[in-house]
Design a protein around this ligand. Structure first.
Ligand code: MG
Ligand code: MG
Length: 256
């Protein structure tokens, strides 16, 4: 069942999603060569608790951390560890919080130093595909319009779209209906209505779209070992423009 949100609930979701956005901004400050992914996780957990929230991923289906930190060929669900970031790595950081009963969920792929230009191009196109998808999140369009737009943008650049993991509704639950695939046919799927809150989150690979799961039961990586990028924002479907509840502003003010 798709739970439509009232204007009041959308404002609560904005607060939760703005908290996630600010955490990712703090991480943008901290990410540099030599920093361990575990220390990023600790920073995020402290920031969330200092601001009255609860980590949204910690304990979710048994996930052991606050952040998903997915390096290089890891697509999503990487577990923070003692690995120290090094020049040329890319890392996708996904963060969820629960605040006042509502979830925030956002992700961003960071470069450490100067990665391979082909990797940076992948990041740029993935970010672009997210915003192109968001543009389609309008009353009367369908979920397939979002996925189709993302897929076309990524594939036109020669990349592939991960199929097994998808975006989702967001509210009092971290994952609600509908699923929001990053691929699909125009005009297909659930019709978008005012009050739907969706996380749109393209996971785009430089090489094959096929993935595998590590023996840790979580980490998803590309089968060919080539890199993957992941960006996620939460949006509310409303009259007029898509209302973007989270933001990359805090991150990109630091990076640029
Ligand atoms: Mg996420
Ligand atoms: Mg999500």
């Amino acid at each position: 069942m798709i739970l439509l949100k009232t204007d009041e609930e959308i404002e609560k979701l904005r607060v939760s999603n703005q908290l996630v956005s600010r955490i990712l901004g703090e991480l943008a400050r901290a990410i540099r060569p030599g920093v361990t992914t575990r220390s990023l996780d600790k920073l995020a957990e402290e920031y969330i608790r200092d601001h009255g929230g609860v980590p949204g991923f910690l304990g979710y289906n048994g996930f052991p951390a606050t952040l998903c930190t997915s390096l290089n060929d890891e697509v999503v669900h990487g577990i923070p560890s003692d690995y120290a970031l090094k020049e040329g790595d890319i890392i996708s950081v996904d963060c969820g919080v629960k605040l006042n009963g509502y979830f925030g969920d956002s992700a961003y792929t960071f470069a450490i130093g100067e990665p391979d230009p082909a990797w940076k191009a992948l990041m740029l196109t993935t970010r672009e595909s997210l915003f192109k998808g968001i543009e389609k999140a309008r009353i009367g369009n369908r979920v397939g319009d979002i996925g189709h737009t993302i897929q076309v943008h990524a594939e036109k650049a020669g990349y592939s779209v991960v199929r097994e993991m998808v975006g989702h509704g967001l509210g009092r639950n971290l994952h609600e209906e509908p699923e929001v695939p990053n691929f699909g046919r125009r005009g297909s799927g659930v019709k978008l209505k005012a009050g739907m809150v969706l996380c749109i989150e393209p996971m785009i690979n430089l090489g094959t779209r096929y993935i595998s799961q590590d023996t840790d039961g979580w980490t998803i990586r590309t089968r060919d070992g080539k890199p993957s990028a992941h960006y996620e924002l939460a949006i509310a479907v409303r009259r007029g423009e898509p209302d973007i509840l989270s933001t990359f502003k805090y991150i990109e003010d630091i990076l640029n």
